[in-house]
Design a protein. Structure first.
Length: 287
């Protein structure tokens, strides 16, 4: 599948980065060919790491601003409910995250004011300016509106093009997963996937494998939560059982006590009857 997708095609020899030498299989017609055995191993390694991150309930930010990768990133990231950036990378998005959050809040505030009729009294020109501002924010930040905290990992297509994003992640200690071509430096990336980062099919195959692993991690997280919930409910029931038993025992102990008290009353009744004739004997004596 990787071979059919063209994942093995690298760049021209004159454009190569010597650091990629361990991942290059051979050279043909002046073009480097990537070793797909190593690509498969690296995809498996990256997929397992992404799965564990997703299993912990953390977010992975997908980044690809090159034309051929935009639609693929948007589709795959949306399928696993992860944030993504496919337009221009907003400088300081990670290192100055609070400012980016303010811009996202501004977008939501505009929506709120439009829905409650606050902007109804604005002139056409002012309304047009607000609408344009909202559209611009939506274009650049709409896909990260749900990202309330820094992502736990970054997935990048084309390290050279997204070098600012990679540097910001490195500065904050955020692990970077990336599709790395023969013209890029793999030392900047924590999880290297050596492959063609220009062909749509190549990007699609790799992203599909990674997103399937993320989806598995999310499913396992749901299953674990369900098990924890069931276990807590069982523990609560187990805690209530002794209380129920003690209540029953008390009732059972109280019942014989009542039965014993009843005969005691019956024995007291004849004593009263014996006392009554004694009074009758005293009456004639008085005569």
């Amino acid at each position: 599948m990787l071979l059919e997708a063209g994942c093995h095609f690298g760049h021209l020899r004159r454009k190569w980065n010597p650091a990629m030498a361990p991942y290059i299989f051979m050279e043909r017609n002046g073009i480097h060919i990537i070793d797909l055995h190593k690509t498969v191993a690296k995809i498996d390694e990256a997929a397992e790491a992404l799965k564990q991150i997703a299993k912990q309930g953390k977010k992975i930010l997908f980044v690809a601003t090159k034309k051929q990768a935009k639609n693929i990133i948007a589709e795959k990231a949306t399928s696993v409910n992860m944030p993504y950036v496919i337009e221009r990378w907003p400088g300081g998005m990670l290192t100055n995250f609070p400012t980016i959050r303010k811009a996202v809040k501004k977008m939501s505030n505009i929506d709120k004011l439009m829905s409650d009729g606050t902007y109804a009294n604005l002139s056409k020109r002012e309304l047009l300016q607000v609408t344009r501002q909202r559209a611009k924010l939506e274009k650049n930040l709409g896909s990260i509106a749900d990202l309330t905290r820094l992502p736990s990992a970054l997935f990048v297509v084309d390290v050279m093009k997204e070098n600012i994003a990679v540097k910001e992640a490195q500065r904050l200690g955020i692990p970077v997963f990336a599709i790395v071509d023969t013209n890029s430096d793999p030392n900047e990336v924590d999880f290297v996937i050596p492959a063609n980062d220009d062909a749509k099919d190549s990007i699609n195959v790799i992203l599909t494998a990674c997103c399937e692993a993320i989806a598995e991690g999310l499913e396992e997280r749901k299953a674990e939560k369900a098990d924890e919930k069931a276990a807590s409910e069982q523990a609560e029931e187990a805690a209530e059982r002794p209380q129920r038993r003690t209540r029953r025992a008390r009732k059972e102990e109280a019942a014989p006590a009542k039965e014993e008290a009843a005969p005691a009353k019956e024995e007291a009744a004849p004593v009263k009857e014996e006392a009554a004739p004694a009074k009758e004997e005293e009456a004639p004596a008085a005569e």
